[in-house]
Design a protein around this ligand. Structure first.
Ligand code: F6P
Length: 339
């Protein structure tokens, strides 16, 4: 078989581990030819690819990013997009991506019969159909290390340090890094926050003799009363706003209400870059093997997913049917440690 592979959307640590696994098992075990398409859906749309070999994918397991490049190109934003992909000279495609890339893959399969298998990736961990996405563990690890470092300087200066993390409209990175880093307040998009309550929690720490605090805020968090824009100008081809800015807004609000010196740190793309953790390397490798096996068995429209400890296949549509967000039970654990 000739199998194409592409990586779309925001990159994340572990993409290269998936590519390596697809190539190794695809060529060595199944005898396929593996074509690497460049920059997500742009590659198939523009015929931009090169054949991947075991040699050309050596040494990439610990490397962050993606050797194929990535983009937020939407094949449905071009009239001839689906038809162009239908005409590719491949027996199947493996699309490694998040909500948007997999959403497009699900539609290409359902509406145009395109033979595609999915692999779920995103640092945000917000996809359905899988218990975990690779990249998330690395992002949490990076954010936790940053929180640990901010703790010591916060304590030295008796400051309130606000740490803005990624996650789009899901608070998983904020919740897990905040829990792991011992944050005093964690704010997620799922629960609009009350600034008076945030300040009360910080003041309570002062009354208990703790003159510094760490507030972890997800980039998509919003105040209950509204009024703070966390999206900056522009949307991508899938209509997503660019988030950011809530950390600095909180810095000003907390300082003016409590009188305590406050500083914001925006972690940004540091969370997405660099080498994957061992957990993400293993998960990505297992998903890559699952995906090439699924393609070999012509399980089109399916994606490799983690359920419990097992790699299984589920419909790609499950990944994007509903955003997986932080529930009240998850937050309840974190709240024990607030203030
Ligand atoms: O979806 C992954 C993610 O890193 C989000 O957490 C974040 O909002 C977004 O991508 C940033 O996208 P970009 O790299 O296009 O600025």
């Amino acid at each position: 078989m000739r199998i194409g592979v592409l990586t779309g959307g925001g990159d994340c640590p572990g993409l290269n581990a998936v590519i390596r696994a697809v190539v190794r098992k695809g060529i060595d075990v199944h005898g396929h030819a593996i074509l690497g398409y460049r920059d997500g859906w742009r590659g198939p749309l523009e015929g931009d690819y090169s054949e991947l070999t075991i040699d050309s994918t050596r040494g990439i397991l610990p490397r962050g990013g993606t050797i194929l490049g990535s983009s937020r190109t939407n094949p449905f934003s071009r009239d001839d997009g689906p038809a162009t992909i239908e005409d590719l000279e491949v027996d199947g495609l493996i699309a490694i991506g998040g909500e948007d890339t997999l959403g497009a893959a699900a539609r290409l399969h359902a509406e145009h019969g395109i033979p595609v298998v999915g692999v779920p990736k995103t640092i945000d961990n917000d996809l359905g159909g899988t218990d975990r996405t690779f990249g998330f563990d690395t992002a949490v690890h990076v954010a936790t290390e940053a929180i640990d470092r901010l703790h010591t300087t916060a304590e030295s200066h008796n400051r309130i340090l606000i740490v803005e993390v990624m996650g789009r409209h899901a608070g998983w990175i904020a919740l897990h890094s905040g829990l792991a880093g011992g944050a005093d307040v964690i704010l997620t998009p799922e629960r609009p926050y009350d600034i008076d309550r945030v300040c009360r929690l910080i003041e309570r720490r002062h009354e208990r003799g703790r003159y510094f605090s760490i507030v972890v805020v997800a980039e998509g968090a919003v105040p209950a009363e509204g009024g703070i824009a966390t999206a900056t100008a522009g949307v991508d081809e899938f209509g997503h706003e660019r988030l950011g800015g809530i950390g600095h807004a909180l810095e000003r609000q907390i300082e003016s209400r409590t009188g305590f010196e406050s500083r914001a740190t925006v972690l940004g793309h540091v969370q997405r870059g660099g080498t994957p953790t061992a957990y993400d390397r293993v998960l990505a490798t297992r998903l890559g093997v699952g995906a090439i096996d699924a393609a070999t068995e012509k399980k089109w429209g399916q994606m490799a997913a983690l359920r419990g400890e097992q790699i299984v296949t589920v419909p790609i549509a499950d990944a994007v049917a509903q955003l997986k967000t932080v529930g009240d039970e998850d937050m309840a654990v974190a709240e024990v440690f607030f203030g």
